[in-house]
Design a protein around this ligand. Structure first.
Ligand code: PLP
Length: 442
């Protein structure tokens, strides 16, 4: 068939877009065609300042030459090689580079392709760990309301977002949830960690009282991002850690957003002073140039599973693309940028200015809360009566049309700009956002 005979369809039809209002988008497409530094560009050439680092992921900014060249070079040397019972040096090097910045004693790195795969992998490792220790009764998983751990069955079930679950019927069995930590009456407009809410960790003691020694792991995000930037109250994570240790429960931190400098340290655990047993990561690991995620575990978790097996495969888990050469090359180049440019340090330096700009929105009509940590901020709007989310969605569209990319979740505007941001970018992002909030009807 020559090309002229191929029936032409609207070329937006075929792509079923993820987490999108497909019908609305296809009637009013907003496209991004190019990216460089702090900005995207539309196909028409309009510059869109990136207030969200893509989807919380391009921490080093866009189009970084060092990462592009590393991927190109690796593609020419070896496109793919399996890591099942074989190895290729670059995957080992990538893991070693990641282990250089994980918390001390968390030096074992399992590669996956996304945050969702990282979540499910972490949960499976936790179950395998207890089994290897002879505690196979530990099958319960504990998540938290408003937690987001991706879209696999494990992450969805342990995650605590009703909207993400209701279309899909049955979830994983034996899952409980801690309460979320959002206490607006006590903590609205808190800067950094709020004062109130440490006691919410005590609910884990109640679950232990109920379920005894059947709980395998607790999984939380150090700072919950996708549900609107919920910063852990002072003392809360410390308490969770204490209760987990006391009862032999593994603590898993989902660092998919908080990893790689986002809150001013290599990982959120460092900033918040609490070390988990297992942590997940993705996004900033490769600056999002190639999909990749990872799970880092304590040496104890690793050796219990791996050294505990006499011989043969120790963990019946893995993906065709675990440690993919192009992703590994991108990760190594990203880790080099992370170190050479001190991306966590840049976030720390910019945080006070960013925080002030975010909290300057207090008093803007309709703004009912502002929350922040590192280079993450959430601005909560009073929802439109009877139409939750509609107001923030209009703010998002208005900002985009004015040349600034923000993200919305419900009626919360979330910001997570690249860590290379300068003060004029902060001014532009918040200036445009303030104008949009004022312009959009209540
Ligand atoms: N975990 C957290 C905390 C996330 O924010 C996300 C995505 O935003 C995920 C997991 C899922 O990652 P992915 O979309 O790469 O599967």
């Amino acid at each position: 068939m020559n090309e002229m005979q191929i029936p032409r369809r609207n070329n937006l039809d075929a792509f079923w877009m993820p987490y999108s209002d497909n019908k609305y988008f296809k009637s009013t497409p907003r496209m991004l065609a190019r990216a460089e530094g702090m900005s995207y560009f539309t196909p028409e050439g309009q510059e869109i300042l990136d207030g969200t680092a893509g989807l919380w992921c391009c921490n080093a900014g866009h189009g970084r030459r060092e990462i592009v060249e590393a991927i190109q070079k690796q593609a020419a040397v070896m496109d793919f090689a399996p890591t099942f019972q074989l190895g290729h040096p670059i995957a080992f090097e990538a893991a070693a580079r990641v282990a250089e910045i994980t918390p001390e004693g968390m030096d074992r790195v399992f590669f996956v392709n996304s945050g969702s795969e990282a979540a499910d992998t972490a949960l499976k490792i936790a179950l395998a760990y207890h089994k290897a220790r002879g505690e196979s009764q530990r099958v319960r998983l504990v998540g938290r309301e408003r937690g987001y751990h991706g879209v696999g069955f494990g992450g969805m079930s342990v995650g605590g977002i009703g909207g993400n679950r209701k279309q899909f019927g049955a979830q994983l069995p034996y899952v409980d949830h801690l309460p979320h930590t959002h206490l607006p009456a006590q903590n609205a407009f808190a800067k950094g960690q709020p004062e109130h809410g440490e006691h919410l960790a005590d609910v884990l003691e109640n679950l232990v009282a109920l379920h005894g020694d059947t709980i395998a792991a607790v999984m939380v995000e150090p700072v919950a991002g996708s549900t609107g930037v919920l910063v852990p109250p002072k003392g809360y994570l410390e308490k969770l850690r204490k209760i987990c240790t006391k009862h032999g429960i593994l603590l898993i931190f989902d660092e998919v957003i908080t990893g790689f400098g986002r809150i001013g340290t290599n990982f959120g655990s460092e900033r918040l002073g609490v070390t988990p047993d297992i942590m997940t990561m993705a996004k900033g690991l490769t600056n999002a140039a190639v999909p990749m995620g990872a799970v880092a575990t304590s040496n104890e978790v690793y050796s219990t599973i791996v050294d505990g097996m006499p011989s043969g495969i120790e963990l019946f888990h893995g993906y065709t693309y675990s440690g993919h050469p192009l992703a590994s090359a991108a990760a190594i180049a990203t880790m080099e940028l992370h170190r050479a440019e001190d991306l966590p340090g840049r976030a720390r330096t910019m945080e006070p200015y960013f925080e002030e700009a975010a909290h300057a929105l207090r008093g803007t009509p309709g703004v009912i809360d502002v929350r922040n940590m590192g280079l993450i901020a959430g601005i909560e709007l009073e929802p439109r009566t009877g139409k939750p989310g509609a107001r923030a969605m209009e703010v998002f569209r208005t900002c985009f049309d004015e040349g600034v990319l923000v993200r919305v979740t419900g009626d919360i505007v979330a910001l997570s700009p690249p860590l290379i941001m300068e003060r004029p970018h902060v001014d532009r992002i918040f200036g445009t956002l303030a104008d949009a909030i004022r312009a959009v009807p209540a």
